[in-house]
Design a binder for this molecule. Structure first.
Ligand SMILES: *[C@@H]1O[C@H](CO)[C@@H](O)[C@H](O)[C@H]1NC(C)=O
Ligand SMILES: *[C@@H]1O[C@H](CO)[C@@H](O)[C@H](O)[C@H]1NC(C)=O
Length: 519
């Protein structure tokens, strides 16, 4: 009924473009169906990286039909078929279906439709005929029912855009009027796969450099599409959209644990996809250190050892740790590989609040222990020098005693005592806590001190000064007392002459323990 007089031009253009390793067949204009007599250009795109022999071969329905680029004229609907191409060095392309119709009305759509495409379909009638009312259907429901406009803008393609589309159009000539109907099934190709969020290393140990990757793959035919990636933790954005599909956390800490996911979108916002959530739990590299002391309690003179105790993750047993020790916030041992701080002979001044700190060699992680209050127990109390035998008169016996108490925990400790007068040793260290002067002379007065120490010299303590002094003009204590007694007797006589007799102490005891005495 309709004479085929149109010429069909099939133009084969060979081009070097695109990024796919496999060639891609494209149609220009991008319709899957044309009328006989209309022309369409088929292009075989190969990746720009492909070098060398670019001799193309074209196939239709698996039959090679041409070796070189050329224009084919055709008058036949038999130009319909599945087209694909290949070169000597690249693989073969996917095949693309082209239909050539000798009818009056066709519904045209792109041969491949991707998510995010701006989709247009056309209810096309053969040139030279008049057209009228056009109705579009999708899956048998009317989606547009007005006027003769052949073009339907469907817009941004999403998965649910797929379906069977149909159009019904009034077509006519001066002598004839009829209706044509055509349909097309539209499949929506994924532009990129649903992203998957991945983490390395796995598992993540505190201090590791953690890298999250938002993994997706672009459809091989849309390799040039620019994608953007964003990352979220617990619903909060941690990296804005950018062209990087990676999110790195240098030296991850426990606080970086959380539920991570990523978003991928095209730079024009047409398509976006969200990954599933990945729960990341950052594991401890080493436990919070605990500081311990031995012995406990530590006594003066003890060899005291503080230990900074922790345990390494079984996954990172080889990590080198460094330890430092502090007393009252001040560093007493800098970072080193030793987890111990030793005090050879602990003294009272070594008491204080101790903490220790652990870090990795690379400084990626640092942890401080809690405070440990170390109170060094006294082994011996500060000695007190006393006069225990007082020389009543010059030539009398005088004894000084060096008095101290041993810790109840160390009663068996052997002590040694030394005595000094005016800073000069008068009795060497010995086990005797007494210093005796057989016949005290004036020259024996002076500032006495005594010193006590352990046999091993681990503790040494000096007493306060005790002053044994002579009194000017009173060579003889007895004489002094006689004078006093005489005086007292006189006063007594005078007193009794008045009203009552008066009694009065005339004996003066020498003060003991106030650090001063006299004779
Ligand atoms: C983490 O990355 C930083 C900087 O690139 C590097 O200096 C450090 O050695 C890395 N740490 C680990 C544990 O790999
Ligand atoms: C992703 O697309 C949806 C609609 O499909 C839109 O509501 C949403 O805002 C988009 N998100 C982003 C981040 O572009």
């Amino acid at each position: 009924m309709y004479t085929e007089t149109f010429i069909f031009f099939l133009l084969l253009v060979i081009q070097k473009a695109g990024a796919a390793d496999r060639p891609v067949v494209t149609f220009t204009p991008n319709w899957n169906k044309i009328f006989t007599g209309e022309s369409i250009t088929l292009t075989c795109d190969v990746g720009s990286t492909v070098q060398g022999d670019l001799t193309y071969s074209w196939y239709r329905d698996n039959r090679k039909y041409t070796y070189t680029k050329q224009t084919i004229t055709s008058e036949k609907t038999s130009d319909s078929g599945n087209y694909w191409c290949e070169t000597r060095t690249s693989g073969r392309s996917d095949s693309v279906r082209l239909d050539v119709s000798d009818g009056l009305g066709i519904l045209q759509a792109p041969p491949r439709v991707y998510e995010g495409d701006n989709l247009i379909i056309r209810c096309h009638h053969r040139p030279g005929y008049s057209s009228g009312h056009t109705i579009f259907y999708k899956d048998n429901g009317v989606i547009r029912d007005w006027g003769p406009d052949p073009v339907l803008h469907i817009g941004n393609v999403v998965v649910r855009t797929a379906g069977k589309y149909k159009c019904n159009k009034e077509v006519g000539s001066s002598s004839w009027q009829g209706q044509y109907e055509d349909a097309v099934s539209i499949d929506v190709q994924e532009l990129f796969s649903l992203p998957q969020i991945k983490v390395t290393p796995h598992p993540v140990i505190a201090g590791d450099n953690m890298t999250l990757t938002c993994d997706t793959s672009l459809s091989s035919l849309r390799q040039m599409t620019e994608l953007q990636f964003a990352f979220y933790r617990d619903g909060r954005n941690v990296q804005e959209f950018s062209s990087s599909d990676k999110y790195g956390v240098l030296s991850a800490q426990l606080e970086d644990s959380g539920n991570y996911y990523c978003d991928v979108k095209t730079s024009n916002n047409a398509v976006n996809k969200t990954s599933k959530v990945l729960a990341i739990e950052i594991k401890e590299l080493f436990a919070t250190p605990e500081i311990k002391v031995k012995p406990f309690p530590a006594t003066e003179g003890d060899h005291m050892t503080l230990t900074c105790d922790t345990s390494l993750s079984p996954l990172r047993q080889r990590t080198e740790l460094q330890f430092a020790f502090y007393r009252d916030g001040r560093n007493v041992q800098g970072f080193s590989s030793s987890d111990k701080y030793g005090v050879l002979s602990a003294q009272l001044e070594d008491s204080g609040k101790y903490t220790c700190e652990i870090k990795t060699l690379a400084n990626s992680l640092k942890k401080m222990s809690r405070e440990l209050h170390v109170q060094i127990q006294e082994l011996i109390s500060s000695p007190e020098i006393k006069i225990t035998q007082y020389p009543a008169t010059e030539g009398d016996h005088m004894t000084l005693t060096c008095d101290t108490r041993l810790s109840p925990l160390r009663q068996r400790t052997e002590l040694q005592f030394a005595f000094y007068r005016a800073g000069r040793n008068v009795q060497e260290f010995s086990s005797s806590d007494k210093y005796g002067v057989l016949s005290a002379q004036l020259e024996d007065s002076g500032d006495y001190t005594c010193e006590v120490k352990t046999l091993t010299n681990s503790v040494k303590k000096m007493s306060q000064v005790f002053n044994v002094r002579k009194q000017d003009g009173q060579k003889d204590y007895t004489l002094q007392n006689i004078i006093r007694l005489t005086l007292s007797a006189c006063i007594l006589v005078i007193g009794s002459l008045m009203v009552f007799y008066h009694m009065r102490s005339t004996n003066r005891k020498p003060p003991v323990g106030d650090g001063t005495t006299s004779y």
